[in-house]
Every structure is written in structure tokens, then in C-alpha cells.
Design a protein around this ligand. Sequence first.
Ligand SMILES: [Zn+2]
Length: 292
Amino acid sequence: MKAAFLSILFIALFSQLIGQEISIHLEELTTPDYIKAVEKSEKTCLLPIGVFEKHGAHLPLGTDLYIAREYASRAAKQEYTVIFPWYYFSQINEARHQPGTIAYSPELIWKMLQETLDELSRNGFEKIIIVNGHGGNNAFLNYFGMAQLSENRNYSLYLFQPDYSSEKIVNAAALTPPDKYDSHAGKSESSMMSAIVPEAVHLNRAHKQSGADLDRIKHMENIYTGIWWYASYPNHYGGDGALASAEAGKLILEGIADQLVEVIKTVKTDSLVPALENQFYKDSAEPIKTKQ
Ligand SMILES: [Zn+2]
């Protein structure tokens, strides 16, 4: 009798345990589950970053939000970590002439990102991986990453940088005709969006505007100017979205998620970056004592 009761209790507890998978999404966690999630993730979390901006005439304004979040959730389902909710405080000054662009000031995007990281750290995360879905952020995020060394931090920041030459991604590109200017809202982004949220994609409108590179300042060699993108793509559209396919998009997403899984594993076991940072902070406090 006692044994039967215990086995029923065991089954009940076991099934409850299986049924209680902890969510990968920060916004879905209760406070007690949040504490478990910080431990389960080995104090590692993902911050996917997107933006609201025009994506040709055929993709939604939130395209980069969808894509960055999709990379993150596909990866976190394979290697547990916690994903920060929709984050859209990005560098997007080059598209301020287009309707629907939400361009916060440079000061605000800096502060928003710094305080988001500080708050994640204050709440227990020690390693934060940024998953960037917006090309306009590339220079900003590299500089931001370097600027973390300006003062002592009690977390490490890692920036995921996908390798588009991986086999899965090259195979995906081969499923569709070549896109000469495949960049913003071009074939690849349109393929991924066709796989993620097909009801928000309108490939039949992709030719309403040109996504060709006008290359208007090509005579200015060895010169950088912030207007370079507008000089090339005033429609804020680069490539040909009509060439997209959902099947190719699925393969690209799988390929990038595979890479992100490896990055999460590497970051979880990494003790070198935090150790180097701590040594650096120590040395920086008294540079005069740094051995010459
Ligand atoms: Zn985009």
C-alpha cells in the first residue's frame, strides 16, 4: 500500500517536472522561475537587437526584430539560455527620410544599451551575448564593445558575428537565382522573413522600387562619409526581394542558429575573457606599475 502510494507520488512529481520546462523568453518567466533560469543558463543571456525601419516595399518595419529574435530562439531551444524581449533602440540615422523609421538620438541608444546591460548584470547575468539583426548597428556595436573597457564591469559582453560563408548558408543561396546587391531587404532577408512570418511578407511588391546600388560617390576613394549608404541606396532597399524563397530562408536561419549554439556553448565555458578583463581593470587602475 505504502509502496503504491510512493510510486504514484513519484509519477506525479516526475510528470510535473517534465511539464515545467523553464521558458527561454525573459518576459514569460515568473520570479521564482527567473532565478532558476539564471542558474540553468549558467548566468548567460542573449540580447537580440533589431530596429523599426523601412525594408523595401515588401517587408515589415520590424524585419530585423523578427530575424534577430528567430536566431536567438532557434539557438536557445538547443542550448538553454535566456532571451531579452524585443529591443529596438538602434543606430538608424541613415533612414530618417523614410516613413516609419524610429531613430532615437545617439546619446539615448548608448545609454539604453548600457543601462540594459547593467540591469541584466545587477539581476544575476555575468555573460551577455548581443545578437544583432540590423546592419546599421555594426560600427556602433563594435565601438560600444570596446568602450566597455572604459570602466570596471562585473559582466562580460560578447557580440555574435555570423559567418555567411558556412556550408548551409552557401547551399541556401544556391536554391535561388543570384541577387547582385543582396543586402537590406534583398533576397536573403526576404527569404528569412518568408520562413518566419510569411503573412507579413509581400514579395509581389518587391519591384515597386529599385534596390540597385546607385554608387553615387564611387569617385571618392579612401574617404568615409556618413552619407555613403544614402548615396548608394536612397530607397533604403538593396537587392531584389522578389528572388526570395521560404525554403532558402529556413536553411539560412538553421545555419546561423547552428553558429549561435556554438557561440553560447563557448561563452558558457569561457573563463579567459573575464580573467583577462579583471587583470586589465587591475592594471588600468595603476598603469605606472604595468611591467615595461
Ligand atoms: Zn534588415
